[in-house]
Write a protein that binds this ligand. Sequence first.
Ligand code: BTN
Length: 251
Amino acid sequence: MPLDIENTRRLCPEHDLHYFASIDSTMNEAAKLVARKAPHGTLVVADEQTAGMGRLGRSWQSSRDLGIYCSVLLRLPLPAESLPLITLVLGLATAEAIEKSTTAVCDLRWPNDILINERKVAGILAHLVEDYVIAGIGINVNQTSFPAGLRTPPTSLRIESGGATQSRESILLNLIHSLDAFCAMLITEGPEWILRAFISASSYAIDRRVLIEEDGRKGVTAGIDENGFLLVRLDSGSIEKIAAGGVRPAS
Ligand code: BTN
């Protein structure tokens, strides 16, 4: 069933919400809205994406009426260098929205994969465009299967609940509220608060053996620095700052 978008509009009157039954990617539509100087908090939501984009040039499975596919325009009073921190904020907000709407317990894998039982349930793409961040959020909600060969094993909230259909409206509403709340916390409390929140929400932030996707080196995570970059103590003993790409669990 399509999203009951009118109800979402009624409950989030302060957000300008652009809805599409089907679109190539909500990121493309969001970029058009940036060109028109749309206000902070403008949302693009679709029931299907025909060319959903993932991080690092990958694609994002966006089957009709099964997931949440949205992009949010953020125009925060922060310098461009804050993008990694905003990325952490997006992961925290998405995990909170999922946990408020379901019984699932989420883990965060730097920079912003949302995992349940080591399987990926949601992903985030953050693009800096002019003085906006376009935040693309995809949540697997009611999928019952996925194509083979995905890099991180995927899951959906329905699968994790034992097969019960989940309300996409409720997750979307909680997502909008959590995004507002975490963005406000970043502005009022500053980066330290966000870093502490991320470290306590992520089993990957400290003492986790990982492989750095970019170059295959291995080490143990050693926290997040003040700019939002992951620190990894390599097997050689040196500390490496990871600014791009991601990490995977390693033996
Ligand atoms: C990732 O690779 O983990 C990021 C996935 C981001 C997917 C979302 S779905 C809504 C928005 N539109 C897109 O085309 N991608 C993002």
